[in-house]
Write a protein that binds this ligand. Structure first.
Ligand code: BV8
Length: 240
């Protein structure tokens, strides 16, 4: 099946790629399925990644993001990230990279125009609409940092569950999905929407390929399923 998918890659004029936490697993970034460790062992990620959780336990959630930032800062893009970036460099404008990951490893691997559906874990924004007094550089350090005048708190600039995605990023991802003739769905369980829905919005005749060592919620939408790890399969698959 890998050969056939290799032929689809060679023949494809517009490739859309949707990635999830699995592509960063071989870099050492735990997936959302992986058990949480430390202070957060008793929480499910989707219970921490919400505005309600942040308002209820601001320091617990803030420190969770700090620990993820520190961990991501210690790792590097792997052969899967690098293979996608190299393909984009060799074939400009032929591959659109859509990711659910907030870790920035695709961007660090050199990928251009990454559509980061769920934001960037290394950026901050104000929890409540900022007032004239809310200046990022003047935020009082703390867990989380806050505005010295009004107390407004900083939060990570990621999309939390129950929050809308950035409409311009989502629209660009939908355009790429609806215009592709091949979609590679790499390292995602296909559980979170609207991201997972992109794999079901490809045009008639386009091929969908799932790359994942485990069964996913999107296998039924796939024309081919490659049971393996991203950093092991992508370098050969994207060698052209
Ligand atoms: C919204 C940022 C409008 C934060 C994240 C329709 C149906 C059902 C539910 C909904 C629906 N529409 C909306 C919802 C609700 C919700 C949702 O989808 N819930 C799920 C849990 C059922 N969606 C939302 O809330 C979205 N917003 O819809 O707004 C709205 C607004 C108000 C009210 C209604 C609607 C916002 C979703 C975004 C949330 N933020 N991240 C942060 O990171 O802290 S989501 C986060 O979790 C990730 O970004 C990612 O998207 C998801 C985790 O999924 P994966 O990446 O797939 O990772 P996972 O661990 O699950 O799986 C890893 C996979 O890798 C596995 O399959 C494994 O086998 C594989 N793997 C492991 N090793 C490897 C590998 N693969 C390859 N190689 C390897 N080496």
């Amino acid at each position: 099946m890998t050969e056939t998918v290799g032929e689809w890659v060679a023949a494809a004029r517009r490739i859309a790629v949707l990635t999830g936490a699995g592509i960063s697993a071989e870099s050492g970034v735990p997936t959302f399925r992986d058990a949480q460790t430390g202070l957060w062992a008793k929480f499910r990620p989707e219970d921490l990644a919400t505005e309600d959780a942040f308002r209820a336990r601001p320091s617990v959630v803030w420190d969770w993001y700090l620990s993820r930032r520190e961990m991501i800062g210690r790792v590097a893009p792997n052969a899967g990230h690098l293979a996608l970036a190299a393909f984009q460099a060799r074939h400009p404008g032929r591959l659109t990279l859509i990711t659910q990951n907030v870790d920035g490893l695709h961007q660090r691997a050199g990928s251009e125009g990454v559509l980061a559906l769920h934001g960037n874990i290394f950026e901050d924004k104000w929890l409540d609409p900022p007032r004239a007094c809310c200046r990022l550089e003047a935020a009082v350090p703390g867990s989380p940092p806050h505005c010295p005048q009004c107390g407004n708190r900083l939060r990570p600039a990621v999309v939390w569950f129950g929050e809308m995605l950035a409409q311009d990023v989502l629209a660009a991802a939908e355009r790429a999905s609806q215009a592709c003739d091949l979609m590679l769905v790499i390292g995602t369980s296909g559980v979170v929407y609207p991201a997972a829905g992109l794999a079901r919005s490809v045009p008639r005749g386009a091929k969908v390929v799932v790359i994942n060592p485990e069964p996913t919620e999107l296998d039924d939408a796939a024309h081919a399923v490659l049971r393996g790890k991203a950093a092991e399969l992508l370098p050969d698959l994207l060698r052209i």
